[in-house]
Design a protein. Structure first.
Length: 599
């Protein structure tokens, strides 16, 4: 049974744990998280095509409308006008922020987003680990340094912007990084994270030396030095889908989306530090102060429990029609069964399993399933999945878990343990109440899968209760998406527009999308619109709309409406700037622009 969280009741706040009460607001007039130039990287149009697209896994530039297209130029015009107006109000904050630009992707989804670009610096990084003496010549070309002191192998496939950095710049950058790592660790109650990245003189210049507290990925265990490092920076191109422009029936209504994406861009959310977002706090239905909430340290353990429950209950894994096995079990079961019947084994393999294992290890079969269940199954995968379930049903009764090596009709407990680790399935098993895999010794694979299915269903029931209680207690989860929703209201006011009108348009947009776009199990838009008109008062008592989905940083659609409207009230955004700096297209001109998207 697959559960969906349907929160149809409102939370009229009553008794709940007494702790620091905070609220939903961002801090007004704080457009950037930090004015440091390290957050952003400007790109030329050619660098967008040569570095950004392949570096982020995009296809051809032909998947985008040309820069010369009327729609691209129009979105560029809107972004420029918005940026210029915000810069008038906050010139110091936006001093190091490159002017934003638009590119339009040919895609049906009503999406828009901001991303990063890899930037390579040819500055040596000395990794002084315990294996250095044994392997002093072990070098690599590039390593990635993130803003939380984590070092890992570079994943940019050699595609990056080449930039230079002198010793003073390197010292300033790594001092800034190290300070923020310690600040972030303190916010999360991790005072033992003392990662420090020092810039030291070397025989041919200078090098970066991380101390032992900086986390190294396993692939760097034998590496003593890297020839350079990669950092990911926020780039200025805001990507809009043609599907988004098609869903908006007037140009002025696209402003909230642009303001939202500019909040991500200005705040450089993708280069923020751990602890700045994704934290829990208590909301208050009555108070509505105009400041950003602070993490509640008393909720750290409960927050982990909530997130684990949400990931289990509010799974976004895809499902096939008539599917008999849970999608959550697909990868670990596939990986374990594919280990059966090794060619080196002396004992004969049951015929049903021999053919099944051959099927599992067929590259064409694997390719046919694409990234299912994380993405929709390709048309070519439906037949393959049916064969998977048929083969598993036929083979699973014949394979037994034992201490002996895998072979014949046996699968070793050791192979089971390795599979669980490789597929990152251990936490899910713990949630299911399974911590000792040796308990399956002597059982068939069929019996083990049945126990997993039973444990998964019981874990979902327990997790539903955890999420219901979190919503009932008014626990909020502050994310980058929530901050972008809130900051967009300030931008709208600066443009001389009525933010309340744009919130009403958002309600209309979400209503139109219900049924075609995932409504994240919150209040439906009809009920949400009614509460908005009542200013979130029901029977004389203030109402808190449920976050609903703690697994999605966007939260529920109605919760987004709720936080935006509370933002307007908290900052008294009832007097927009007197001048509107944008001349919007007429409805007819906008429709003509929409038609041009597909010409």
């Amino acid at each position: 049974m697959h559960f969906r969280l349907n929160l149809i009741c409102l939370m009229l706040m009553a008794c709940r744990p007494q702790s620091e009460v905070s609220d939903l607001k961002h801090d007004a007039a704080q457009y950037v998280l930090s004015p440091e130039s390290w957050h952003w990287q400007d790109l030329t149009p050619q660098e967008f095509e040569d570095v950004y697209l392949p570096g982020n896994g995009w296809g051809s530039v032909d998947d985008f409308l040309p820069s010369s297209h009327a729609a691209t130029q129009r979105m560029d015009y809107l972004l420029t006008r918005i940026h210029d107006r915000i810069k008038e109000h906050h010139p110091d904050q936006l001093l190091n922020v490159p002017a934003p630009r638009a590119r339009i992707y040919r895609g049906e989804s009503p999406d828009a987003f901001v991303t990063t670009v890899p930037v390579c610096y040819s500055v040596p990084v000395r990794l002084k680990n315990t294996l250095a003496a044994q392997n002093p010549e072990s070098d690599t070309d590039w390593i990635t340094l993130d803003h939380n002191g984590n070092l890992s192998g570079a994943s940019h496939d050699g595609i990056c912007l080449q930039r230079s950095m002198n010793q003073d710049e390197a010292r300033d950058y790594f001092d800034w990084i190290s300070r923020n790592i310690r600040r972030s660790a303190s916010q999360q109650g991790q005072s033992d994270n003392l990662c420090q990245l020092d810039v030291q003189a070397s025989y041919d210049g200078f090098e970066v030396v991380p101390n032992p507290s900086c986390q190294r990925a396993p692939e760097l265990a034998d590496i003593t030095q890297a020839k350079g490092f990669v950092i990911w920076k926020t780039q200025p191109y805001i990507v809009l889908y043609t599907g988004l422009l098609q869903h908006v029936d007037a140009e002025i209504k696209i402003i909230t989306t642009l303001a939202h994406e500019l909040a991500h861009y200005y705040r450089s959310h993708l280069t923020s530090f751990a602890g700045d977002y994704d934290y829990f706090y208590y909301q208050d239905a009555k108070a509505n102060p105009s400041h950003k909430p602070k993490p509640d340290v008393t909720l750290q353990a409960r927050g982990r429990e909530i997130r684990a429950a949400a990931q289990l209950v509010q799974s976004y894994l895809e499902h096939e029609h008539g599917q008999n096995y849970s999608s959550e079990l697909f990868f670990p079961v596939w990986a374990l069964a594919s280990r059966a019947c090794p060619s080196s084994a002396k004992e004969p393999c049951p015929e049903a399993c021999r053919s099944f294992v051959e099927f599992l290890n067929d590259p064409e079969v694997n390719a046919s399933l694409g990234y299912w269940p994380y993405e929709s199954m390709p048309e070519s995968g439906h037949c393959s999945y049916q064969r998977y379930e048929q083969g598993l049903k036929a083979c699973a009764p014949h394979l037994r878990l034992t201490d002996a090596e895998t072979g014949g009709s046996r699968i070793s407990i050791k192979d089971l343990e390795e599979t669980v680790e490789q597929e990152n399935f251990g936490e899910t098993l713990k949630a299911m109440g399974i911590e000792n895999l040796a308990e399956f010794k002597g059982q068939s694979l069929e019996q083990m899968i049945a126990r997993w299915e039973q444990g998964l269903e019981q874990a979902r029931i327990r997790s539903l209760d955890v999420i219901h209680k979190a919503n009932a207690d008014g626990i909020g989860f502050y994310t980058t998406e929530q901050e972008a929703d809130e900051q967009q209201m300030e931008t709208v006011v600066r443009l001389g527009l009525d933010p309340a009108q744009l919130v009403a348009w958002d309600v209309e947009f979400y209503k139109n999308m219900e049924g075609t776009y995932d409504e994240h199990q919150g209040l439906d838009m009809k009920r949400c619109g009614e509460l908005l008109m009542k200013q979130w008062i029901e029977d004389g008592r203030p109402v808190l709309v449920p976050v609903a989905d703690y697994n999605d940083i966007h939260h529920s659609d109605c919760y987004r409406i709720f936080t935006s409207s509370r933002e307007i009230a908290a900052h008294h955004y009832d007097k927009p700037d007197p001048e509107v700096p944008i001349q919007f297209l007429s409805d007819l001109q906008w429709k003509e622009l929409q038609v041009s998207l597909f010409q």
